[in-house]
Design a protein around this ligand. Structure first.
Ligand code: SF4
Length: 507
């Protein structure tokens, strides 16, 4: 529009003004500044329930169990057959919801979302569930993953007259569904048609006034499990959310499968043809999932412990004790200790009130965060040769600081063992791993990485060892391991993909 100029920084500031209407703040947030190289790559958690009188409260507990998958924003949409309401906001689940706000979310069906992103402006614009309302009713969408062709689709939709109010690629999906909703076949057919146009990795839960819908991408890259709580059906990114509410695990949803719960009845259909063998993200086992979750029938703690055992077989070390970087590496460290016969010790004490350093966005904050988060135990470490086990090295900054702290506390030698292969490629499927240029192992030899982090020795677990440790590979069940190998199951055009990711954000 001629004569109207919105400066990004001013727009972002205005988006935080509490005196402006929420819709205007949301629209202003879309003009906010983006830092160079910043992308939407992130990890999120989704939850859905149908047929429980306290659906919103169950979603709250389920999201609390999934909090490790996203600490930036949280939201719950609830429906009672006639109305659909949503509450969402920035912060942890416990920050966003109160007894009062949960009390307003009435209905027996709900979906929820926790989100982490690398985006700069801390504004609620991209908090989920995303809700669209029309003459055919409301649709709430919560999304874990990434649409790799979101930019192309958004450009096309804008040329055709669509207006976007967020920078989230979830909105691209909402527009596509809305267009197809006027065709024959109802909502499920519209969703399937929309997703035929979308490439990427995703687990989706959706809610209308009447239905709960769950859907997984044709490669099965992002996880989505089905459970039962009495007569209620439950969907969640990880089975630990079922445990939190006392639900039973029923099964994983299949790649390309759509489950629909309506009138208390669950139906399943193959919305999109499965794209060959399943390709679950192997990094879920390495780092993301909680150790008490089961993925594809394999307990995550048991898989990590076996990674440690395998690592001890592949790369033994002469040392006095084994320590793990809390919390995600403790399982692998105990496996390493058991296999090697070297005692496991608690050499690092974690301050549990600081978020996971991996998902902190800025290098400067990360350096300070390491010192605040991990305190080395001098009485354990002094004069000792230490095996330090970590699940992965992404940027290397955290480990560099940690190893420095161990030496300050008196460790004589630090032998670093990594329970996964070198992380050398960016993830394009919904995980924040930064630009490939900031991956410390990319283009560097193992010796150069060792030197950078300051360890006395460094060894990684082999890919074969990792797959063996997870222990469920079969002709039907494979993994995405593109961040280690560059073998992306969904083709990624590095240039177009990068633009697409920088321009659209997801959960
Ligand atoms: S590229 Fe790595 S982090 Fe991304 S989905 Fe594949 S295995 Fe997971």
């Amino acid at each position: 529009m001629d004569g109207l100029v919105i400066r990004p920084t001013a727009a972002a500031a205005a988006a935080r003004r509490p005196d402006l209407p929420p819709d205007l703040r949301l629209a202003l947030a879309c003009f906010g500044p983006r830092r160079p190289g910043q992308g939407p790559r992130e990890e999120c958690g989704v939850f859905g329930i149908y047929g429980h009188p306290e659906a919103a409260r169950m979603a709250y507990y389920g999201l609390h169990a999934l909090q490790h998958r996203g600490e930036e924003s949280a939201g719950i949409a609830v429906a009672d057959g006639r109305r659909l309401e949503v509450v969402k906001g920035m912060g942890l689940v416990t920050d966003v919801f109160s007894e009062e706000s949960l009390g307003r979310l009435l209905g027996d069906r709900a979906i929820g979302h926790v989100r982490y992103s690398t985006t700069g402006a801390s504004v609620p614009a991209n908090a989920q569930p995303y809700v669209v309302r029309g003459r055919r009713g409301s649709l709430a969408i919560a999304h874990n993953g990434n649409f790799t062709n979101a930019r192309v689709l958004r450009d096309r939709l804008e040329q055709e007259g669509a207006i976007f109010t967020t920078t989230a690629d979830t909105e691209v999906l909402a527009h596509l569904i809305a267009r197809h909703r006027w065709e024959a076949g109802g909502l499920e057919a519209a969703i399937a048609r929309a997703l035929q146009e979308i490439r990427g990795a995703y687990a989706l839960v959706m809610l209308t006034e009447e239905k709960l819908i769950g859907l997984r991408d044709p490669h099965g890259i992002r996880p989505l499990a089905l459970g039962k709580l009495g007569d209620a059906w439950v969907l969640a990114s990880e089975s630990c959310a079922f445990d939190a509410i006392g639900a039973e695990f029923v099964r994983e949803t299949a790649p390309g499968e759509m489950v629909v719960v309506e009138g208390g009845r669950l139906t399943s259909r193959q919305a999109l043809p499965a794209a060959g063998p399943s390709r679950l993200c192997i990094f879920e086992y390495v780092y993301f999932a909680r150790p008490d979750s089961n993925l594809q029938g394999r307990n995550v703690h048991a898989a990590r412990k076996e990674m440690g055992r395998q690592l001890a077989r592949e790369a033994p070390a002469a040392a006095d004790l084994v320590i793990g970087v809390p919390d995600s590496s403790v399982s692998a460290a105990t496996g390493f200790a058991e296999e090697s016969g070297i005692p496991y010790e608690m050499g690092l004490v974690k301050n549990r009130y600081i978020g996971r350093t991996f998902i902190q966005p800025r290098q400067g904050l990360r350096a300070q965060g390491v010192r605040m988060k991990h305190n080395p135990l001098r009485m354990v470490l002094e004069g000792k040769r230490v095996v330090l086990v970590d699940d992965s090295i992404v940027r290397g900054t955290t480990l560099r600081h940690l190893i420095g702290l161990l030496r300050e506390a008196g460790a004589r030698e630090v032998h670093l063992r990594i329970a996964s292969p070198p992380y050398v490629n960016s993830c394009h499927y919904g995980i924040d791993t930064a630009d490939s240029g900031s991956l410390v192992a990319r283009g560097r030899s193992i010796e150069a990485v060792r030197e950078y982090v300051g360890a006395d020795s460094l060894h990684y677990l082999s890919l074969e060892g990792l797959i063996r440790a997870v222990g469920i590979a079969s002709p039907e069940m494979g993994f995405c391991h593109a961040c280690f190998t560059g073998e992306y199951p969904v083709p990624v055009d590095e240039e177009a993909g990068k633009d697409a990711l920088e321009a659209a954000e997801d959960g």
